[in-house]
Design a protein around this ligand. Structure first.
Ligand code: SF4
Length: 360
């Protein structure tokens, strides 16, 4: 099959409740928060389990998730986790280094419950200090929540994993202050005393979804010396900040391969309006496989197997050099990894496609 889907495994993520935040870096973009019922979740799982390909073969193993934005946002999060385990193939229900930091602050029993699950780590995101973090998560009080969530985690033996986005809004004036904050909370020592490790990493903002809208805040080459060396040395991710677009372009303009971006594990994402996305890139119109209610599972899976959405087709057929010629900015000193820049090209292409411009 063209997308490498070999029937061994498929994940299906259903955005049952949505998210309390509306983060400016969110590659998932701005989707409506729904109120989907447990029966709807069960029904979707049944449809995918009953699906057969043209040779009558079913998917061998499936994982079902009741969220693809904030986990555990719904009050019945315990029941939903039990349901995920019931519906998924044995060993295929999963937890990640993500909890609802919103709920950690508002529901005292949540941290204790979460401490009984793997992986006993919780990612907590900052855009700098208070004003910038509230701005970044588009919610007043978000920064204070992130600090309180950190304490709630530590109190039950969950290691916080702090992510900081470095942008032109917080560089250079807030980075020293942020380092001081991290030290003042003794996070390394406190995690160690729990037998855990504190992780700090500098996140990269993917230029798609909502993240594309803050591209003007992406740091440039001349911002790099303003990032404290200590902060760079603490960055557990170890990745560099990328290189200027102008330099990356020189190579991309000679690359005649298509982007061919893919995922390790095939997974579909279903929003509150039953639109289904392949989870290869951002869940936007040009990647959309269809609508489960209107089109049905057979049609959706047919489109998925044939990589037949505009985004999937462009991803397999348009040369990177062509994208670079149309969307590259030879004067840009903004820092990107190669993959992020290609991702931006695909986003720009998709937005043009939808507008009917179809430049490539
Ligand atoms: S980044 Fe996470 S918390 Fe923020 S809006 Fe997206 S899904 Fe919600």
């Amino acid at each position: 099959m063209k997308n490498g889907f070999d029937l061994k495994y498929l994940g299906v993520m259903f955005d049952m409740a949505g998210c309390p935040n509306c983060c400016r870096h969110c590659w998932l973009g701005d989707h409506r928060n729904g109120q989907m019922s447990i029966n709807e979740f069960r029904d979707i799982a049944s449809q995918f389990k009953a699906w057969r390909d043209e040779n009558g073969q079913s998917i061998k193993e499936m994982g079902f998730f009741s969220w693809w934005r904030e986990p555990d946002f719904r009050d019945d999060y315990r029941e939903l986790w039990e349901l995920e385990k019931e519906l998924s193939s044995p060993g295929r229900s999963e937890r990640f280094e993500l909890l609802s930091t919103w709920r950690l602050v508002r529901d005292e029993s949540y941290a204790v419950w979460a401490s009984g699950l793997p992986p006993k780590k919780c990612q907590i995101t900052f855009f700098g200090m208070e004003e910038n973090t509230d701005w970044g998560m588009r919610r007043k009080g978000a920064y204070k929540d992130q600090l309180s969530a950190t304490e709630r985690c530590l109190a039950v033996g969950i290691a916080p994993r702090w992510q900081l986005f470095i942008t032109k809004r917080n560089t250079p004036n807030e980075l020293d202050e942020f380092l001081k904050l991290m030290k003042s909370l003794n996070l390394y020592e406190r995690c160690k005393s729990l037998g855990q490790e504190f992780e700090f990493f500098i996140g990269g903002i993917s230029p798609e979804g909502s993240g594309y809208e803050i591209e003007d805040l992406r740091i440039e080459l001349n911002d790099l010396p303003m990032i404290p060396r200590e902060m760079i040395s603490l960055n557990s991710d170890g990745k560099n900040f990328g290189i200027p677009e102008t330099r990356l372009l020189a190579n991309l303009l000679r690359d005649d391969n298509p982007p061919d971006i893919s995922v390790v594990r095939p997974c579909l994402a279903i929003d509150a309006d039953y639109n289904v996305y392949p989870n290869i890139a951002e869940p936007t119109e040009w990647w959309k496989l269809g609508n489960l209610k209107a089109d049905g599972v057979d049609r959706i899976m047919g489109i998925y197997n044939n990589c037949a959405t505009p985004g999937m087709t462009a991803n397999r057929t348009i040369k990177i050099s062509e994208f670079a010629r149309i969307y590259g900015n030879p004067k840009s000193q903004k820092l990107y990894t190669k993959n992020d820049l290609i991702c931006r090209f695909l986003h720009q292409w998709g937005a043009d496609y939808i507008k009917g411009a179809g430049k490539a």
